[in-house]
Design a protein around this ligand. Structure first.
Ligand SMILES: C[S@@+](CC[C@H](N)C(=O)[O-])C[C@H]1O[C@@H](n2cnc3c(N)ncnc32)[C@H](O)[C@@H]1O
Length: 263
């Protein structure tokens, strides 16, 4: 799947799961002092950077990502939102020693990025060093992209199997999807503040962007699993994806974990 589609998926996730995102940003934002300096680790298209800049008047945000294309999307969105003067982007591989970020951060946001690190323990230690004493780190993680087919759909079993195959691929690629993040945070020196699990279950009718999100996610699996599933299963997944615009019965089932920890 084209890289821009991955960027679009990140934005669609924020749009479709807007209640979850609003709850988390309000909760995390409430821990920050006035005019905080915020770091967004593995910022992607900037869901966290923009939401925190909006939620925290006077905040300055440094958005870090290894991927210049993602940072380009982020800058474009920050400009369109009139936030470019408070959000700067820095290209950095967070598995390497971090660049000088101009003073300690008050709040660090790491959404669905820690599992990408080659050494999450080292990245968390660097996050600890980058925070001022008393500052907060928020880590959010997910098991999988959402499920969209209702349980009564004959293809829901195939959708679950596809998710299992995608999970196996992520494991083989060395992504850290099954970490005990609370233990990892403690090992890096943080004091745990709170840990919340969000079981997201949206029923039809979905928000307007729900169909596009479902279609892209299902297409992404049918392309990604060409070598893993039988040709018949891949064709079925592609057909389910193609038929999404004609459906009004899709759901969203997702799980997210959020860990708050303090230096
Ligand atoms: C799943 S996306 C999450 C993006 C965003 N935080 C969000 O929640 O929408 C993971 C992001 O981490 C970035 N990333 C992966 N490995 C990285 C590394 N070693 N250093 C910096 N960024 C990295 C990717 O480029 C991608 O933008």
């Amino acid at each position: 799947m084209a890289h821009t589609h991955f960027a679009e998926l990140l934005d669609l996730d924020a749009e479709v799961l807007s209640d979850y995102h609003a709850t988390v940003f309000a909760w995390v934002g409430a821990t920050a002092p006035d005019r905080p300096h915020v770091l967004d680790l593995g910022a992607g298209t900037g869901i966290g950077s923009l939401s925190l800049a909006r939620a925290l008047p006077g905040a300055t945000v440094t958005a870090l990502d290894v991927d210049e294309e993602m940072l380009g999307h982020l800058r474009h969105k920050a400009e369109a939102a009139g936030l470019a003067d408070r959000i700067r982007t820095v290209r950095a591989d967070l598995d390497q020693p971090w660049p000088d970020l101009g003073g300690p951060a008050d709040l660090i946001w790491a959404s669905a990025s820690m599992h990408h690190m080659a050494d999450p323990g080292a990245a968390l230690s660097r996050a600890y060093a980058a925070l001022r004493p008393g500052g907060v780190l928020a880590v959010t993680e997910l098991d999988a992209f959402p499920l969209f087919l209702p349980a009564t759909d004959p293809h829901s079993v195939l959708e679950r199997r596809a998710h299992e195959a995608m999970a196996a691929m992520r494991d083989e690629a060395g992504l850290h999807m099954h970490e005990d993040w609370a233990a990892r945070l403690k090992a890096a020196g943080f004091d745990p503040v709170e840990e919340r699990r969000f079981d997201i279950a949206l029923e039809p009718p979905l928000p307007a962007a729900g169909g596009r999100y479902a279609q892209l996610s299902l297409e992404r699996m049918s392309h990604g699993l060409a070598e893993r599933l039988s040709p018949a299963d891949v064709a079925s997944l592609a057909a389910v994806a193609a038929a999404v615009p004609q459906r009004d019965d899709l759901v969203v089932r997702a799980k997210r974990m959020v860990y708050l920890a303090r230096r």
